[in-house]
Design a protein around this ligand. Structure first.
Ligand SMILES: *Cc1c(COP(=O)(O)O)cnc(C)c1O
Length: 362
């Protein structure tokens, strides 16, 4: 096995190699302190600098205005946000609207309905979520409109935020974080597990608009209070030091290689390469999702038979192309190509797709 393979896994997923190397070099003795960063107080000067750098770089690299939005690091991943959001914003007499576009948005809705008045105003369920529903109107009295910007499992993505009028958009951005410019003015709250595009697993990154923050409930248990996390700069209790530190390194790497524009460009290049390979295969490979809604992060395709799909995945993994099995609810193949996937990895996959097709006619 070579030192590094191309890992197309949906999450956790690849991290940039320079980041892994830097973390390795700094692991045992951080900043000449005689300790690792993971053994020292989270209230000390050394950790404080790491923490504040991570916050500052998130604003800077992602273009998030500091006057309107605040960044929080909260444990429990995206999944805890499914519950924390309605607990904070769906008190008596309030309601929110949800558009379901796949498995994760259905989970978000289900948790919200346990807690408050959460209404599904549009769903792609009838088409097995192979397209993003666009015909809906948002009730101006809703507390928020919830969407999932990229559907990791089904392979679709919102390429433009929907029109929600003055209603703040709450978005699960777990799987397309930091891959394109976002119109933050429309975003009341964005959240996601960091383990796809930003860092190792262990927390959610939450980006919250200050007027929305002001409305968050203060009568839920402490850890679930956005205002407490915000007031303490995500240091209300011991923060998830490792993912925060790794995210800081990833953000430094993003900055060094060309910033958000470069992430956007690479995302376009990777997905263009793969969708072109699918569309130019004369029907051998078939992309099941509506073309205009195809994800740039999770590229799904089918082969002529399930036997060929199994063979494709097995032979690919022998060529150091791993993690290509589609989610069990969809079948087929899926290549997750997040920010850290080198273009060379995608080129190697495309080459393999062409060879496999020639060697295994339908
Ligand atoms: C992976 C994923 C999740 C789950 O994230 P956790 O951090 O494991 O809770 C939620 N939403 C989307 C869109 C995802 O891709």
């Amino acid at each position: 096995m070579p030192e590094r393979i191309y890992n197309f896994s949906a999450g956790p997923s690849m991290l940039p190699l320079p980041v892994l190397k830097k973390a390795q070099a700094e692991f045992v003795n951080y900043a000449d302190s005689g300790m690792s960063l993971f053994e020292m107080s989270h209230r000390g000067k050394i950790y404080d600098a790491v923490h504040n750098d991570a916050v500052r770089l998130t604003h800077e690299v992602y273009g998030i205005p500091t006057d309107t939005h605040q960044i929080l690091f909260i444990q429990g991943g995206a999944t805890l946000q499914f519950a924390m959001i309605p607990m904070s914003f769906l008190g008596q007499g309030k309601f929110a609207e949800y558009v379901t576009t796949g498995t994760w948005s259905q989970k978000a809705l289900k948790d919200a309905q346990l807690i408050g008045d959460a209404r599904e105003i549009a769903t792609g369920k009838a088409e097995n979520f192979m397209a993003i529903p666009k015909k809906f109107t948002v009730n101006p009295s809703a507390e928020y409109l919830h969407i999932t910007t990229n559907n990791t499992i089904k392979g679709t993505e919102w390429h433009k935020l929907p029109d929600a009028g003055k209603v703040p958009i709450f978005a699960d951005m777990s799987s397309d974080f930091l891959s394109r410019r976002v119109d933050w003015a429309k975003i009341g709250l964005a959240y996601g597990g960091v383990q796809k595009n930003l860092a190792p697993a262990g927390m959610a990154l939450v980006i919250i608009r200050k007027d929305v923050l002001a409305k968050a409930s203060q009568t839920v248990p402490a850890y679930l209070r956005y205002d407490l996390h915000a007031g303490e700069n995500s240091l209300y209790n011991t923060p998830p030091v490792f993912p925060i530190y790794m995210m800081k390194l990833v953000l430094e790497w993003v900055k060094e290689v060309g910033g958000l524009e470069q992430m956007d460009k690479w995302a376009q290049q990777r997905s263009d390469l793969l969708y072109n390979a699918i569309d130019a295969s004369g029907g051998y490979y078939k992309g099941p999702c509506a073309k205009e809604d195809r994800s740039r992060m999770n590229i799904c395709w089918r082969l002529p038979t399930e036997e060929l799909e199994a063979k494709f995945i097995a032979e690919a993994s022998k060529k150091q192309l791993s993690g290509l099995k589609g989610h069990r609810s969809v079948g087929g193949c899926r290549a997750s190509v997040y920010n850290a996937m080198p273009i060379e990895g995608v080129q190697a996959l495309v080459k393999f797709m062409e060879e496999f097709k020639k060697a295994n006619p339908a």
